[in-house]
Design a protein around this ligand. Sequence first.
Ligand code: CMC
Length: 433
Amino acid sequence: MAEKVILKIKKKEYELPVVVGSEKEKGIDISKLRGATGGYTTLDYGFKNTGSTTSGITFLNGEQGILRYRGYPIEQLAGKSSFLEVAYLLIYGELPTKAEFESFKNEITKHTLVHEDIRKFLDAYPERTHPMGQLSSMIGSLAAFYPESLDPNRGEDEVNRTIIRLLAKMPTLVSWIHKRHMGHPVIYPNNSLSYVENFMRMFFGFPTEEYDMDPVIVSAMEKLLILHADHEQNCSTATVRIVGSSHAPLYAAISAGISALWGPLHGGANQAVIEMLNQIHHGEGDVNHWVDKAKSKEDPFRLMGFGHRVYKNFDPRANIIKKACDDILKKLKIDDPLLEIAKQLEEVALKDEYFIKRNLYPNVDFYSGIIYKAISFPTEMFTVLFALGRLPGWIAQWKEMMTDKQPIGRPRQVYTGENERKYTAISKRKSKK
Ligand code: CMC
């Protein structure tokens, strides 16, 4: 018999259905609560325990540190797959056959160029613009260049073309943003290379010389992008879904997701971690000083790269990244003092009562910055790399929401402001101070 939950308000009982997921997760369906109870809604700041959707894309178990895309464990995908294959899996639901993969890859290579007028936008940004702001506006601007994408209900072929364009143009745009920051000429795509190789060449190459592709770096990048590819209903993904639910163009929804990712409590943490480690390295206090700062309730500082809304045991992505970080520094023969500081910080924090009590562990961003730094990515580009990795996840979640014909996202509130009062003319108003 289907499980039901009884809610008692005053003396009256209401039966609420329970939705059970494929991993036995349970959600109490409160969608009819307001009507049935004559006005009661639920209140959950930050949606800490609110399921906004059912989804068949990513499974997370925070207590056991499990992460699976479409049923495949992240450890297997990160160890054996390529980023493009994982993108296909997330968006279309299954791992591609060889023929499906070839066709997907060919479609992407046909769209890697970006309109020259978009390139001109780059020249207009002030020198110190943060690249996340640039990326968000440039992705949003793509809608202007492909007006047929404005209606996201235009049919499967049209939607698919937008998806392919996004995947194809994102590495070009990310690299071009970096090149303009450096004041260097942009590099155009080379479609004979793989997705990640092409990106590395456009980012680090020069028009006047051959780019020396390092397979160790390419493989580390594939892994990092896979680890970031989806993470169910986080801040940026929920943003993509909610913007998309108004039937705004997909480009606009992804642009909004990029903006949401920017903040240091979300994707921006990878940049903040390196800035924090650099401060420690340059003598602005030792490891204990920063741990104490993070613990102080008077100090707004938090240990960046620590804690997670869902993972309360360990972040499986952090475990994979920590190992990859050791490997890549060894292979590239880099002795980075920041890695040593990061390890000390982790050791001190993991033994500290404050962090133990609150289940605060290193998250994906704690070690990813050290790898990005070893590869020579500038710090302000770290969050942009997160966005590059997360793109297929955002697309898959948007596609699922549209295919399921979900209603517009529109939360309720409990109003706590003034009750009705009378307007007074400005000449008669008294200061409240
Ligand atoms: N340093 C110090 N204290 C912390 C930290 C931290 N990094 N994270 C959480 N806490 C404390 C927090 O002060 C609170 O303490 P108390 O119960 O005494 O009030 C308790 O732990 C619970 O924290 P919360 O803010 O209620 O937890 P949340 O689920 O709302 O926030 C988080 C999750 C990731 C925003 C938070 O842990 C944080 O700010 N971490 C640092 C930023 C960071 O690394 N973000 C990247 C997240 S992983 C990448 C991604 O997917 O976005």
